[in-house]
Design a protein. Structure first.
Length: 237
């Protein structure tokens, strides 16, 4: 995974300060959410908003922030390997609901990539931005290498993934109830396919079955998209 060139003028201590600030903000936001479990206090919302405010207030450049905080992105690699554990733990769920999982994965990948492509055409976005948005509906560990292989920007792909996940978390449950979808397996598949990690966190709050199904659909959707990336690159070439 490549990273943008870092200016030599960025002192090491500045990068370390921002790295520590990011971690502490997330830990603090998570503790706050555990005390007051409100959706608007979710760490995935609070942390980036506060960080953005601090970066703008201090006039910090992207390069200065990224100089050491990039290691947090690097950790997504080991996190991807760790996904093998929940797959093994939920192997009985895979055996019980193979068609539901398969439908969730196929639907999530097709709708996610297709909607991103259509949205890019509708907004007349630059080609590089379009290629970056195509994998926005899968988890970051999968979206970043997919975006890079397609010729997009991995770092921008993370932002697109975050926005997609937060939106799905906010409106997903209401949309499912409006559509008359009540079964926990279907609820979990929808969150895992449409809102990846953030949606999976919401699914676990709804119940263990929703969380397990969401986790599996999220993981398999990411794997399928990465495997299909060479074919997708030819189609959009």
């Amino acid at each position: 995974m490549s990273h943008p060139a870092l200016p030599a003028a960025t002192p090491l201590w500045i990068g370390l300060v921002w790295l520590l600030t990011t971690v502490l903000l997330y830990v603090g936001a998570k503790r706050l959410f555990l005390r007051r479990p409100r959706i608007w206090l979710s760490p995935i919302l609070v942390t980036p908003i506060v960080l953005l405010a601090l970066v703008l207030a201090t006039g910090t450049t992207y390069e200065a922030y990224w100089s050491q905080s990039r290691w947090l992105t690097w950790l997504l690699g080991p996190a991807t390997v760790a996904f093998a554990l929940p797959i093994y733990q939920q192997r009985h769920v895979i055996a019980r609901y193979p068609l539901t999982l398969a439908a969730g994965v196929v639907t999530g990948v097709v709708v996610g990539v297709g909607s991103s492509w259509l949205l890019s055409l509708w907004l007349d976005l630059p080609r590089e931005v379009m290629l970056t948005l195509l994998p926005r509906s899968v988890s970051s560990p999968f979206a970043m290498p997919a975006a890079q292989a397609l010729g997009g920007q991995p770092e921008l792909a993370v932002l697109a993934v975050l926005v997609t996940g937060v939106f799905g978390m906010l409106v997903g449950q209401g949309w499912l109830w409006w559509a008359g979808i009540r079964h926990p397996v279907s609820e979990g598949a929808a969150f895992g396919a449409g809102a990846h990690g953030v949606g999976t966190a919401k699914a676990w709050q709804m119940g263990p079955q929703q969380g397990a199904i969401s986790s599996l659909v999220m993981i398999f959707s990411g794997v399928v998209l990465v495997l299909l990336t060479p074919l997708l690159a030819r189609l959009v070439a």
